[in-house]
Ligand binder design. Structure first.
Ligand code: HEM
Ligand code: HEM
Length: 227
């Protein structure tokens, strides 16, 4: 028989507010684009700020927040999942081994989504942190003009329209590439979110863990079976 021994403060306000802000911003970004590009980009920037803070906290934060506190070997992760399925779960005060692996996967995928989003914004609209300056654009156009000059010699088309054509083609290809990659990362993150929420629900049912409550209040009731 296990008895509840103490209540531990696991998640700081920064982690909790950060998590729920991330949830709102992620879904806002996911369901807005095209006509709501400003909102989309700003929701994405909030995700970016969350990521910078959370990654920094992964190195300097407290025991349960630091990466080295919840990154486990594949053997430990598999072992944890086997025990969970056998309905003999091990208890962890912070992230359990499977939850910890999911947090890392979510963070990596979110970094990919945000960075490719910013790159796409620069390629499509020349906006955002990766937008190029007028001087860089001029340099780019000049090198394209040189290619066009060489090509125009064996063609009827004049050099300027050839350069514009090449520029448009290069831009279109870059746009398609970054759009595909951004969409891929956004959908990969969404898939991970489904698994993440599924994991939280499974732990709550099988493990009788009140994980969502802990992410709201910051506190967990633990006993001596917790590690
Ligand atoms: C309504 C849906 C969601 C619920 C109920 C939920 C619930 C939770 C819970 C309970 C934890 C703590 C897990 C533990 O104790 O080990 C957590 C952590 C986390 N969740 Fe969610 N989550 C949701 C949506 C999301 C979404 C949409 C994302 C990302 C786009 C996300 C990313 C994360 C991350 C990165 C952590 C780690 C927190 C940290 O260590 O700072 N979650 N979530
Ligand atoms: C985690 C945050 C983000 C999510 C979940 C997300 C999700 C998406 C999705 C699902 C699309 C539609 C892709 C398609 O169907 O082709 C999209 C498009 C786009 N996103 Fe993001 N995005 C995020 C962050 C960003 C950021 C930070 C920026 C730039 C500041 C950005 C810029 C764009 C642009 C320019 C498009 C193309 C819009 C269009 O031409 O219709 N995204 N994003």
């Amino acid at each position: 028989m296990t008895t509840i021994k103490k209540t531990v403060h696991v998640w700081s306000p920064l982690i909790r507010i950060g998590h729920w802000t991330l949830v709102i911003s992620f879904f806002t970004a996911y369901f807005t684009e095209d006509d709501f590009m400003n909102l989309h980009a700003w929701a994405g920037y909030i995700v970016g700020i969350y990521l910078l803070t959370r990654i920094l906290w992964g190195f300097v934060g407290g025991n349960y927040v630091r990466f080295r506190g919840f990154i486990y070997s594949p053997a430990k992760i598999i072992g944890y999942l086997k025990n969970l399925i056998a309905r003999n779960p091990q208890h962890y005060i912070g992230h359990n081994p499977a939850g910890g692996a999911m947090v890392i996967a979510l963070l990596v995928s979110l970094v990919g989504t945000t960075l490719t989003g910013m790159k796409l914004y620069a390629v499509e609209e020349n906006k955002g942190p990766f937008a190029i300056t007028a001087q860089q654009a001029q340099l780019q156009m000049r090198s394209i003009s040189l290619i066009a000059e060489a090509k125009a010699e064996d063609d009827d088309e004049d050099e300027e329209s050839k350069a514009l054509n090449i520029d448009q083609k290069v831009n279109k290809q870059a746009e398609e590439f970054w759009e595909e990659l951004h969409e891929l990362f956004a959908n990969l993150t969404l898939l991970l979110v489904f698994l993440h929420v599924g994991g939280v629900i499974a732990s709550s049912i099988i493990d009788k863990e009140k994980l969502v409550k802990a992410m709201l209040t910051g506190e967990k009731d633990v006993d001596d079976t917790y590690q």
